[in-house]
Structure formats: C-alpha cells, structure tokens
Unconditional design. Structure first.
Length: 102
C-alpha cells in the first residue's frame, strides 16, 4: 500500500486500504464493502467512514480467480510528488468555486 501511494506522493498522518474481489461498478463495490456480509469484522466499513481519510485513489483491474479486483487506498493527507498533480476534484482543501446564495 505504501509503495502504491508513493507513486503519486507522500502520505500524511494515516493510510488505509480496502480490496474488493469480483464485484464491479463503483456503487456496488462501496455497498459490498459497507455491508461486508460474512466478514467477521467491520474494517472495510471503518475505512470508508473514517473522517481522518481525506484522499483516496482507486483502481479496478482483472483478477485470475475472481474476474475483477478493486483496490481503494486512503490517506489522511497527500503531497504530490510532482508527477501527478492533485486537482480540486481530489483535494478536499481546494475551493470548489461555488458560492452560497445570500
């Protein structure tokens, strides 16, 4: 996990990871990880709802046994290594440019 995150930058404070096998589609993957049917602990759910995680990166690819695999890495903060700039869509501290009506 640390090696994957290091490709994009340096994590700050805390990191976590969820891996889903065989489920496809963003919504279905997140729901499966939240429900965690048959999993004795709630580690996946804890990661998804952890307010300390402000950044995430996800990748879905083929898996030889389960057809697909999705890896979601989380970080409490992230500094770019210069090769992959952080954009407002991925930077929770960036302004969205929207304004609140008076």
């Amino acid at each position: 996990m640390q090696t994957r995150i290091a490709k994009y930058g340096q994590f700050i404070s805390t990191i976590g990871e969820n891996i889903a096998y065989g489920t496809t589609g963003g919504r279905a993957i997140v729901l499966a990880l939240i429900i965690d049917d048959g999993v004795p602990n709630r580690g996946h759910r804890s990661n998804i709802f952890n307010p300390s995680f402000l950044f995430l990166g996800a990748y879905t690819g083929p898996h030889t046994t389960y057809t697909s695999e999705t890896v979601i890495d989380y970080a409490g903060g992230l500094t770019s290594n210069g090769q992959h700039a952080l954009t407002p869509a991925t930077d929770p501290n960036a302004s969205s440019g929207s304004t609140t009506p008076a």
